[in-house]
Design a protein. Structure first.
Length: 396
């Protein structure tokens, strides 16, 4: 999950009216294995939104002013599809329990509108109570977390035009008060949270498209952060995967650098410092990255989505920070974002892929051997003069 900071001035909490619910599946539902996600979907977050033990997802549709919530069926598919109106240009969505009722709420950063929208969950996967925060310029990412260790969720937001990270303190009822702001490097883009110095406190990491850096803000535990430390990486850093890839029990960072067509591995020393130790080639114009043990050997692997080559790069980890490239997976469209989770509850990590041009989401099931099975689609064919239907893997 990612964490962000908010401006300490001029934030308005707009009325707690009922959010606009938009029903319907859209054109993408005509293709089996693809779920409509709104025009130009740009972000996804996972969680159990209705408390049924099945993994769900929420997707921000940047060209349609809405968040789409897909409730999972526990079999690798989707049981229902509902959308909720937000401000113009939603490019990020994340989840957290903002009002302390035990249910995951949603946060959308609306870059075009200069607002952040909060939607509160009724516990059944419906989001009916909307609240808007204003006075941003172009918020692009957000993280929910307990930054001051009071048991109440706070919020951080990265604003790309302000080049700042803004912190808001939560009161446990869903109300947020602006407190701090920090530099983030020019044009911050993606934000993540981790405990880099192993003090039990939340730290923030922010990628900068304007300076080609990752800024690290170490948490103090009182809701404030130490000043950012910028680490130079490759051109146009995007998403990050944070885990112990080198086997020394310290968190490391794998960051996708779209301008280098590569993944940079930054090793952590357990004190909050990161240094580049390796670089691994990906496809053309990589953006999203995720980590899990995809081949079942007990070691973490990486998967990267490449927008221009429309495929997945799969990197098998050996537990020491080295990775071997496995056969990739061709895709039907450009994967702008992805996430990993067990959607069919078979104990093997799966992927949800968000396709920007198809305006759709697809779940690719993990085979437990490092590969991913595309969603099946019905294909009509002739067999000895009879019309029959068979399922086969979806072509790229």
């Amino acid at each position: 999950m990612m964490r962000q900071q908010w401006w300490s001035w001029g934030v308005l909490l707009c009325g707690l009216g009922v959010g606009g619910l938009i029903l319907g599946l859209g054109d993408a539902s005509a293709h089996e294995g693809r779920e409509a996600a709104g025009r130009f979907p740009h972000s996804v977050t996972l969680g159990d939104f209705n408390g049924d033990g099945r993994l769900d997802m929420a997707i921000a549709a940047s060209a349609e002013r809405k968040i789409t919530v897909l409730l999972g069926d526990g079999k690798g598919g989707v049981a229902s599809n509902h959308s909720y109106a937000v401000g113009r240009g939603p490019i990020w969505v994340t989840a957290g329990d903002l009002n302390g009722d035990g249910h995951l709420d949603l946060v959308s950063t609306n870059s075009g509108a200069g607002t952040v929208t909060l939607y509160f969950n009724d516990g059944k996967g419906r989001f009916t109570k909307r609240q808007d925060l204003e006075a941003f310029k172009a918020p692009v990412a957000a993280v929910v977390g307990d930054f001051n260790q009071d048991g109440k969720m706070d919020l951080s937001v990265a604003d790309t035009l302000l080049s700042r990270v803004l912190i808001f303190r939560g009161d446990g009822t869903g109300q947020l008060k602006p407190t701090e702001q920090y530099p983030s490097g020019r044009r911050p883009h993606i934000m993540a949270e981790a405990d880099l110095n192993k003090d039990g406190l939340t730290d923030l990491l922010v990628t900068s498209l304007g300076q080609h850096t990752i800024s690290v803000l170490l948490g103090k535990g009182d809701g404030t952060f130490h000043g950012p430390k910028a680490i130079k990486v490759g051109r146009f850093p995007h998403y990050m995967a944070i885990a112990d890839f080198t086997g020394d029990s310290h968190p490391d960072v794998a960051v996708v650098c779209a301008g280098e067509d590569a993944v940079y591995l930054l090793a952590g020393n357990g004190k909050g410092d990161l240094r580049k130790v390796a670089e691994f080639p990906a496809g053309a114009n990589p953006h999203p990255i995720a980590t899990a043990d995809f081949d079942g050997d007990g070691l973490l692997d990486l998967v990267v989505g490449n927008r221009s080559t429309r495929d997945l790069t799969i990197l098998k980890g050996d537990g020491t920070g080295a990775f071997t490239r496995l056969p990739g997976v061709k895709l039907p469209d450009d994967p702008i974002v992805l996430a990993t989770g067990d959607f069919d509850r078979d104990g093997k990590p799966d992927l949800v892929l968000i396709f920007a041009s198809l305006n759709a989401a697809s779940i690719y099931r993990g085979d437990g051997k490092g590969g991913f099975i595309p969603p099946a689609k019905a294909e009509r064919r002739k067999d000895q003069g009879r019309e029959v239907y068979s399922a086969r893997a979806e072509e790229s």
